[in-house]
Design a protein around this ligand. Sequence first.
Ligand SMILES: Cc1ncc(COP(=O)(O)O)c(C=O)c1O
Length: 395
Amino acid sequence: MRTPDELRADRRLAINGGTPRFDELPYEESGIARSAADTVAEIVRSGRTVHWGGGPYSKRLEEQFAAYTGRGKAFFHSSGTAALQTALFALGVEQGDAVALSDSGFVASLNVIYHLGARPVFLPTDPTTLLCVDDVSAWVEGHDIHTSLITHFLGNVADVEAVHRTAGSRFLVEDGGQAHGATLRGRPVGSFGDIGSFAGSHKKLVTAGQGGLNVYDDEQIDWRMRTFAHHGKSGNFEGVFPGYNFRGGEMEAALGLAALQELPERVAARNSTARALTDAFAEAGLRTIQVAPGLDATPAWFDIAVVLDEEWDGHRDWLVDALTAEGIPAWAYPALISMPWVEPWMRERGWWGEREQHLAAVETALWNRVLVLGTQMSPEDAKRVATAAADILTR
Ligand SMILES: Cc1ncc(COP(=O)(O)O)c(C=O)c1O
């Protein structure tokens, strides 16, 4: 791999005034199901796009998504963040409760812990899978873990059963928002946790444009979640606790339903794009994210990640800009523990100690070197842009 200094000095690069490799970024597939256009138009013509407690399309989506994950119940929310927040609330997470959180994940999982006043206990990332490590016992020592919130990040599959067991947590929430259609030990992700939580936003495999779905079996969870998401009202009038308006709309549910019908083809398409990306990088000798060796799992790749050499720490964001200027759609995710507001917030509460300090350093050093390319493009475009990216990084 070329060093950051070599690349920064390369006058052929578009970011340094050279000619871009491609005229524009490749077409990105948002996942919005065009097949639902007439249904959405009908919903608009009906004059009723949202119903208290969820309308007919929301209910149909809930039934079908619950059936797909093998769960008894589902609740359609206005966003994936809302779904994560109601999940933790429904399980009874309160101020100061310890929530074990995979540092490998999307920021929404940390934000909801913050907004509930709970205490995050961060879990480290395996550099091969870019997922939470399986044995987290050393990282939860001294904590009584209320809930583990673990993300199947980038469409890769975390061994959530192992994490839940070694965390000694009372409850498990799986964040499957980037991994609809992935399986672990022959079962869909989201079927292992007390709650499986799925964002349905832009680019997700079951996208509603804006939306989120939780799946679960328990009646009490259902009541608490729906009440919280309907202003805290268990009936029409009085609030039993302070809640939010987090219910999903009918046009969004229709989009989600149509996307769900196409899920197997969508997973296959993403995985074949992922293969094109991985092959192009492997040919150039670059290391990409892997499924955990020996784990009985099938991913549904949302992104493919390349882990850059150590000297790239501090230069990755420049590389993202440089590749984007070439017409290569690159991206990055931060270490959650290292976001600027986290340490001051946790220090103020006496939650930041040596373990957090150490983990923040290790996670930053890893995530600062992770370069990501999304799978929301055709395999042909994937091959073209990954070959060009690999060439820039190694020639
Ligand atoms: C894994 C994961 N969880 C949760 C979310 C939050 O979903 P939303 O953006 O719908 O609030 C996202 C969004 O990208 C995500 O990728």
